[in-house]
Each structure stands twice: as C-alpha cells, then as structure tokens.
Design a binder for this molecule. Structure first.
Ligand code: ATP
Length: 327
C-alpha cells in the first residue's frame, strides 16, 4: 500500500534560503503525524508543499502513490485548516462549513445535511445560524475543522490549529482532535512548535531543524532515544553531555543525553555540588556541578530536596544515559 504522503528528497529554496532541504519521509494512511520544530525550520513550507500552494525546487511529492507534480491544490485529496481559521465573517456557520460543497456544485439540502453532520462531528450542533463573530475562539476552531472535514479529504493538514487558544482550551482540544482523528480515520498532518502538543497527540513526530528532518519516530522514541543533541534539547529538556564527558563516564566517545528526571540525588554515586534549586510545583529542579559538568536533576514531589551549596552524590540507571550521533 502506498504511503498517504511521500516526500522524495524534496527541497524548496527561496533565493538563498533553504526553507526545506532534501527532506525524505513517508506518512502512513490513518496516521496522526506531527511536524515539530522551532520557528523558521520549514514545517509550514512542507505543509504548503503537500497542499500544492508551493512547488518543490527539486524532488517530488506523492499522495497515495500519485505524483503531485503539476497537480493544482484543488485536485489534491487534501484539505487545510489554517492557523487563523480564515472563516468568512459575513456567512453564518452552516454556510461557512458548506462553502466548499457549494463550489463543488452540490444542492442546497445536501449541503445543509452534510454541513450539519460535520458540525455534529466537531461537537458544535445547533450553532449553524451564528456568524463567526458570535463564537468563541475554540468554537471558531471547530467550525474551521468542520469546514475542512466536510470535503472528505483523505489527508487533513493542520497548521498550528491550536495556537490561538489559551492553555486550558488547547489541552482540551488536543484530546478532542485525537478522538476526532480516530473517529474519522483519515491521515492528519499537524504542524506545531509545541513539543508537548506533538508528544501528546501524534502517532509519529518528525523533528525539524533548519529545513531538515533530524529524526522521525514515535513520541516515546523521540523522547527516550533522541538521535541527536538538537532533538534531545528541543523535545523536553535534557542534559546533553559532550563527547569527552561521556567518555569519562562510560568509556565511549559520543554526545549523550541524560534526562533530568533520570538523575537521582543521594545514596551512592558521583560527587556533585548543589548550585541552585527551584521549586516548580509538581517537581523541584536542582542545578548541580558534577566534577566540572553542569547537570540538572528534576526531583519528584516529596523527594528530599538538598540545600544550595550542599555536597551530594548523584546517580542514574545506565540505560538512561543515551548515546547519540552527530552534533
Ligand atoms: P513558523 O513556525 O514560524 O511558521 P516554520 O517552521 O513553519 O516556522 P517556514 O514558514 O516553513 O518555517 O519557513 C522556513 C524558512 O523559509 C524561513 O526562513 C522563512 O523565512 C522562509 N520562507 C518561507 N516562505 C517564504 C517565502 N515565500 N519567501 C521567502 N522566504 C520564505
């Protein structure tokens, strides 16, 4: 079975800027796939390349095995939910949702029926007669989703769709989006710079940096076995140890990642001095100097917190010190 979306060495350059640089990746049918990375790393350009709003400078894109070279956006089996939702302010909710169906030439009754089914799907039944201006941000987000889903795309592209919502609503929508994706069963490709969002929702995550994909994997793989220092730093926080330090600790010369929550304080271990502690609510962060190496530990609530300046012992399980390639 062909991949839902396949990038074959795709580059998109804008003059000297390599927005997307030789990206190859396959997104499976039915997958919830996140493109994660800092601002300017090329995620949105990748999404626009799938949608057909941009053309590759080189390389090719296939959607369900079919080459997209020369295929305009409206002929692709994809639909996009934009960050600003792009709703028509003068149209009511039903007409907004049904807009694409009208353009496609569907009759009035059929449009209404399908638009209402889509509104039901996003848990917004009965809001059809309102104008977008009479809705909350979260409700507008749902209308934008309904409008994209009503066209029955095989791939739904979402560009930071939760970016405009406050934290509580964003967390609620994360769960709902995941449920919705399971229910409709289509491929979601989701762009975000929020690692928590990517980890909590996606089946697989591609971590972008500077127009390239540094790693593709499940949230667990990305978090527990980051391939490169960039991934270890960007996804969660980590103690990234320089090759000389890793060599001193393990005998092997490579960068290594040690998650702060894996560092224990007390009992046996290496000598370290507490430089600072910060109470974070559910955890306490402890900044340590371990024989000249900067180390952060994250202690769970209820663990004994050492004092600033205290000499302590630190340890971790061997498996938690994860060796990486590259720089
Ligand atoms: P953000 O999270 O800020 O949207 P992003 O990871 O989605 O960032 P892109 O929008 O894909 O990044 O941009 C990647 C790079 O390409 C950036 O340096 C950007 O300035 C550049 N770029 C994007 N579109 C254009 C364009 N139309 N013309 C020139 N440069 C562009």
């Amino acid at each position: 079975m062909p991949a839902a979306v396949e990038f074959q060495k795709v580059s998109r350059h804008f003059g000297p800027v390599r927005a997307v640089d030789a990206v190859s990746v396959e997104i499976d049918e039915g997958e919830f796939f996140a493109m994660l990375g800092p601002s300017g790393s090329g995620k949105t350009t990748c999404l626009r390349l799938i949608a057909g709003f941009e053309q590759p400078t080189s390389g090719g894109i296939r959607i369900f095995g079919e080459s997209m070279t020369g295929v305009p956006p409206y002929r692709r089996a994809v639909n996009t939910v934009f960050q600003d939702y792009a709703l028509f302010p003068h149209l009511n909710v039903v007409d907004n949702v049904a807009y694409g169906l009208r353009i496609a030439g569907k009759g009035r009754d059929e449009r209404r029926r399908e638009a209402e089914a889509a509104l039901e799907l996003v848990k917004l039944p009965g809001y059809g007669d309102r104008k977008p201006g009479q809705l909350s941000g979260g409700q507008r987000q749902r209308v934008a989703l309904a409008r994209a889903l009503v066209m029955k795309p095989r791939v739904l592209l979402l560009d930071e769709p939760l970016g405009a919502l406050d934290l509580k609503l964003r967390e609620q929508m994360q769960e709902e989006l995941k449920d919705l994706q399971r229910k409709v069963g289509i491929t979601f490709v989701f762009v975000t710079h929020d690692q928590g969002e990517a980890l909590s929702m996606a089946d697989r995550v591609a971590v972008f940096n500077d127009g390239r994909i540094e790693q593709v994997g499940t949230p667990e793989e990305i978090y527990n076995r980051p391939a490169k220092p960039f991934v270890a730093n960007f996804v969660g926080s980590s103690n990234v140890l320089a090759p000389e330090v890793t060599e001193r600790l393990t005998g092997r010369r490579a960068h290594a990642s040690l998650r702060p929550e894996a560092v224990r304080i007390g009992g046996e271990g290496r000598a370290a001095k507490v430089l600072a502690t910060s109470f974070l609510g559910t955890t306490t962060r402890v900044h340590l100097d371990m024989e000249g190496v900067d180390l952060t530990a994250l202690l769970p609530r209820g663990a004994g917190v050492p004092r600033q300046g205290e000499e302590v012992r630190v340890s971790w399980d061997d498996g938690d010190l994860h060796l990486m390639e590259g720089t």
